[in-house]
Design a protein around this ligand. Structure first.
Ligand code: BES
Ligand code: ZN
Ligand code: ZN
Length: 496
């Protein structure tokens, strides 16, 4: 799918469909859309007056052979109230328009940005919206509904003077959304086609393509480094674990500059281990590697965007299986840091593998850590599938990430990290235990467990258990993996 920017006048453009958006207003046909209306002899105003066209969010009006236009179709998409309109709305409008037209076998369309809207940010949001919306999860279907492919999109409404900014935004949006789809493709893989070893191979191939340094630690190296927490999860499976490390080093990095560690949980399948999960819905646990896939996608995008910040991505990869050698509730493990852990529930495995990954990242010299993990069912209870849960040890760093989330149009919500919750994971027979002894607060005790290993290094934990997977298709996104948090992380790194 090709996306280009076209500064030609939109009224005379030949295309399968001209797409634009309306605001919910007493007169939704205004501004640039009034120009379209004038060309087509007042049809749009008539539709608005009759109440058929209102501008309500994601209301679609498709007009065939619109008079006065060279476009074969005119598609109007409601964008809701103008005051609430932002990049996130534009991204959704763009994505929903693409999926709407693709379903109707349209091949090419032009998307007209509204007056005063032709900015770099808008071009970036549009590219992101289109490319993410174009992703399908039909990789393993033999009947792929062939022929339904969007071939080209032209962004219109940019003046000559706005062209270079628009093209910059467009290029960035392509890089970021393609990385997001790379992440989603990994998350979509079932566990028989994505073992820790296969994930490591795919990460190596990506890193080589992107020009990143990559190092894969195998089970022998992991044992030499005494990563007892990671090994304890892996020991129940016949598939060996891997620790994946990809590094982006900018050309000129100032001495003393921050080094960002992106650490992502990659449990390629989580049965729960001996504390086994119920059968119902267990198939979804193939997405328990979404945090790792997100970090790999983020560093892939950063390799192309080339910010002036060093980034080290560390992804611990393993299965969590109840094999004959599996760890058992009550087992005490020694993490790489030397801390001892009572494993009271083998299903709280994400925090175990992140513990060693964070210790290793610190050894590699990171000054700031963000981890992403499908860590707890409790975050789904707290925030449903709407917000990513954000836990931090350093207010300034956390605020910076929340600002990046806002700028990237990703919903994230700060969660409390009071010391009282830390008491919940004090061990009875070892230093700490891997589940809380109090009632409730499961996503917070999970975060506190990880924080014990981050120590004084500014750290943020993103619990993406509720948001990394769409149980139902959205008008702008297919059912399945979302690639959530990637855009925020890329923005965060770029903001240094
Ligand atoms: N991978 C799960 C978390 C999860 C649950 C993700 C539901 C997506 C949907 C994690 O490893 C887990 O099992 N966590 C336990 C922790 C508990 C034993 C303290 C949970 O949330 O139930
Ligand atoms: Zn688990
Ligand atoms: Zn898990």
């Amino acid at each position: 799918m090709q996306i280009t920017l076209d500064t030609k006048p939109f009224v005379g453009t030949e295309t399968d469909a001209l797409v634009t958006y309306l605001f919910e207003d007493s007169e939704p046909i205004n501004g640039r859309v009034a120009e379209v209306d004038a060309a087509s002899g007042g049809l749009l105003k008539k539709l608005a007056r009759s109440g058929e066209v209102t501008g309500k969010t994601l209301e679609f009006t498709l007009i065939h052979a619109p008079a006065g236009l060279k476009a074969a179709r005119l598609l109007l998409v409601g964008a809701g109230k103008k005051d609430a309109f932002n990049g996130a709305t534009l991204r959704k409008v763009a994505g929903a328009a693409l999926r709407y037209l693709k379903a109707r076998s349209v091949k090419n369309f032009a998307f007209l940005v509204r007056e005063n809207g032709a900015t770099a940010d808008a071009a970036q949001a549009l590219a992101e919206g289109f490319i993410a919306a174009n992703f399908e999860t039909d990789k393993y279907k033999t009947d792929k509904k062939n022929g339904k492919e969007i071939e080209s999109i032209a962004l219109m409404g940019f003046a000559e003077a706005e062209k270079s900014a628009g093209e910059k935004g467009l290029a960035a949006g392509k890089i970021i959304a393609e990385a997001q789809n790379f992440t989603r493709d990994l998350v979509n893989e079932p566990s028989n086609k994505l073992t820790p070893r296969i994930l490591a191979d795919k990460a190596s191939a990506m890193a080589k393509d992107a020009g990143l340094a990559v190092e894969i630690l195998d089970e022998k190296r992991i044992a030499e480094l005494k990563m007892g927490a990671l090994l304890s999860v892996a020991q129940g499976s016949v598939e060996p674990p891997r620790m994946i490390v990809a590094t982006y080093t900018p050309a000129n990095v100032k001495p003393g500059a921050p080094v960002i560690g992106l650490v992502g949980k990659a449990v390629t399948f989580d049965t729960g281990g001996i504390s086994i999960k119920p059968a119902d819905g267990m198939e979804k646990m193939k997405y328990d590697m979404a945090g790792g896939a997100t970090m790999l996608g983020a560093i892939r995008a950063l390799a192309a965007l080339k910010p002036n910040v060093k980034v080290i991505c560390v992804v611990p990869a393993t299965e969590n299986m109840p094999g004959g050698k599996a760890q058992k509730p009550g087992d005490i493990q020694t993490a790489m840091s030397g801390k001892t852990i009572e494993v009271l529930n083998t299903d709280a495995e994400g925090r175990l593998i992140l513990a060693d990954a964070i210790t290793y990242a610190k050894q590699l010299g990171v000054t700031h850590i963000v981890d992403a993990a499908t860590l707890t069912g409790a975050i789904v209870v707290a925030l449903a599938n709407v917000n990513v849960g954000v836990f931090g040890s350093n207010q300034e760093f956390t605020d910076k990430l929340l600002a990046s989330a806002k700028a990237s149009g990703e919903k994230m919500w700060p969660m409390p990290m009071d010391d009282e919750y830390r008491e919940f994971i004090k061990g009875s027979f070892a230093d700490i235990q891997n589940i809380g002894s109090g009632k409730g607060g499961g996503s917070i005790t999970g975060a506190w467990f990880i924080r014990e290993f981050a120590g004084d290094t500014p750290w943020i934990h993103l619990d993406i258990a509720g948001t990394a997977w769409n149980d139902d298709a959205k008008p702008w996104l297919a059912k399945g993996p979302t690639g959530v948090a990637l855009r925020t992380l890329v923005h965060l790194v770029q903001s240094y």
